[in-house]
Design a protein around this ligand. Sequence first.
Ligand code: AHR
Length: 629
Amino acid sequence: VSVSVASSGGNATSPYAYGLMFEDINNSGDGGVYAELIQNRAFQGDSVFPKNLDFWNPLGGAKLSLQNLSTPLSHALPTSMQVAAGNSSNSSSTIGFSNVGFWGFPIVEGWEYKGSFWVYGGLDGNVTICLTSDQDEEYVEASVEVSSSSEWMQYNYTFTPSTSAPNSNNTLNFTFAASDLSGSVNFNLLSLFPPTYNDRPNGNRVDLMEAMAGLYPSFFRMPGGNNIEGLLPPYWWNWTTTTGPLEDRPGFPGTWGYENTNGLGLIEYLLWSQDLGMEPILAVWSGLWLNGTTVPEDELQTYVNSALDEIEFCMGDASTTWGAKREALGYGPFQINFVEVGNEDSLNGGAPTYSAYRFNAFFDAITAAYPNMTIIGSFYDIDGATPPFNASGDFHEYAIPVQMSSQFGFFDNYTSAHPLLLGEYAVIEYDQPNTTEPTWTVGSPRAYFPFWYGSVAEAIFLLGAERNSDKIIGASYAPSFQNLNRWEWIPDLIEYDAYPGHTTLSTSYYMIQLLSGTRITENLPMTITEGGFNPSYFVAGRSDVTGAHIAKFAVYNSTGSVPFEFTFAGVSSGATGNLTYLTAPMNASNPVAGNLVTKHEQTVTAGSNGTFTFALPEYSVAVLEISAT
Ligand code: AHR
């Protein structure tokens, strides 16, 4: 393949080309990025997921029960766990309860854990809190003296293990002497955090945040995905119930089969954006539930107002109603430049009301208040008149490799008048040899983890986006995380469980890391003088940050390595470039905690007429970077 790259005539690229999408799916919020270690810490529930004592076990014959006391901890958390001595307890017994965590607890030498719990009722004495293995080894403990009280009291504890446990088969035990009990005692909002990213209270898990930072993400689409929609009325991701002290957050029946604590709330999402230097793309609820119910036109204004309040809460100053409430929580304004109205409103029967009145109502109200805001319609398709109205759109693509790899030119004829966010994409299943339909359909089998030739197919799709970056805002893989103990959607970008040593970066992770890590800020026109696209795909341009010329490549199902001759106008003979390319066995998925993707690096020097000559193997993804001389 021979290519000459011009020195001008291209387009400025989007500064947001690569980003992250996050929603609480696969226990990736609670039990994932959100670092809380106690599962079912506040006995939250509703008509979808009734309150229960799951993940708690009695110790020493204690009797545990759920109670709605006349003096609740808070309006939002009315149900607590009552602990009484059981029939088998006697006055010299030690009784209590334990939590199994999110499928175990990590115990890491030197980590400072911080915990707290609320108590109400008749208990005078020491409560011991201990991280214990399933072999009854006690790793670390703290002791807290509590007193009987007629109001709810909060107690804090900390501990730092001096030894690491070999796995996460550990529980957190709370015990006390049965003789210290007068009747019964009630506990609520029991919490334990390991160290968090940037030391944030109520913060995020360090290794998963570091993994995300390693992708150099520029935007953050949140909080959904389907999880913003809610399963059915009256539940939706109502941001007002996700802010303020944890005692004031009732939780929410997430759309992915489990109750969300809402400990990971709006402020936490904004801090997460800030911590990783990402532009927030805030999704507001659009009046569509996942079961297809939509808010009638004459009731919609309440939700439009809620979206306006939400934006004001994020970015208003202290003179505004909602900005003042945020300031009162101790946070300055968070700038919002992108708002997405809903999620996949063209699905689940949402389209008719979205185009008839819902999108317009949100669009008109938000642009009237914030004329410079980019509003993104959550329309799924780029066919016909979409994205709707005078807006940007969100295009999602879940595909098999044959389909994804054919989409290099997919956006070539799209308009630059309504730039698209590629808010979700993934190769989701291997090519099926006997299929006549080269598309993935909902309900078909899925690959467990991303696999290499799928990741290369995704790279082709991404290079197609880079080549059209005047039309594409940026792209984010979805979903971001799989909890290996509980998930409903595979494959995912990063896998993990409670044991930090199991965190796994997928083949697609390494592909994105390479493409995102070297940004072209100005695409440059290419003249292909020999060969062409398929089986190799490429884009070229320049970085106005480093002054480097850059070309990016994906080589798909060639019959061997592909030779390239690349010349860049203005780059002369003797110039050197760094060629970095990734390879892996075609079908390889990364094993837990492992990596089968090999990074190759070589220096290439321009020959007599300024031509860089090199070859790339089949199923590779590459970046050539020529530093400014
Ligand atoms: O990424 C998983 C799901 O796929 C998202 O929640 C939804 O937007 C899409 O259908």
